[in-house]
Write a new protein. Sequence first.
Length: 312
Amino acid sequence: MELSFTKCHGSGNDFILLNASEIDLDDASWGRIARALSDRDGPVGADGILLLTQGDRSSDFGFRVVNADGSEPETCLNGLRCVARAGFEVLGLDAARVRLKTSGAQVAREAELAPGVYTVRETVGPVATDPAAVGIRVAAPVIDAVVPGLPSDRAFTALAMPNPHLIAFVERVDVEELVALGQWCEAGPELLVDRANVSFVEVRGCDLFVQTFERGVGLTHACGSAMAASAHAAGLTGRLPFAEWLTVFNPGGRVRARAEGPAGDDAVTIAGNATFEWDGVIEIDPATGAAGPVRVVRRREDEVAAWEAARG
């Protein structure tokens, strides 16, 4: 079958975006497509694929993400912004309610983060600390504490966004240590019901720097739900106040974030880019994942340049 797609990114977290509202494929087929197209040595390369799907009575449209390994997480906030933009363009909207895998989100067009940078605001929540929601086999919520059974003596905060996150505040991110711990979690240990995203976070004045080993992807330029989880964890542990906007930096760029805390039903809002880089067409067999060459039909060089300028 022939698939038309847009190569896009949110804060450097790159994806292959497809309008799947009229495409009828099963989960296994989408998994094969995601693995084939996300392969960095393949025809495109990405952290995963994004699917714009049909809405229902309570949502204007739906959103699915399939990771590079073929797994489907509960959410992906960098990807959600890109799908929101596509949904806005298809339906002629500036704001919408979006159906996620196990929850929902509010999205809206936002004032530009920087000149020429298409920006979307997204609100999700409530953030959960209950071990069952996080999928961590411990007796009580983990908030800035050592986790029994985790091969690290660092203090972590465990949150569900609703996808699972382990957040550790550090003086300086040690990428080698982060990767080693992320790979341990990725191996599916008994401690974790369905693995976890692991982030090391630096507090930089009133802002944060976050680097993440993402479940199903690996070390990423950015993870939107990890940035949201880190903002909430910073408030939960008293490092930064709730209900104030801060900038969250990552290797891929930056977003604005606001964690409301208990007074605001533990919601988190992220405002960040949804950059479309180029549009392409590819032939792929859903039954095998075999893909042909890519044909680029449009390049969005102005958007790419605007984001590079915004990154500095």
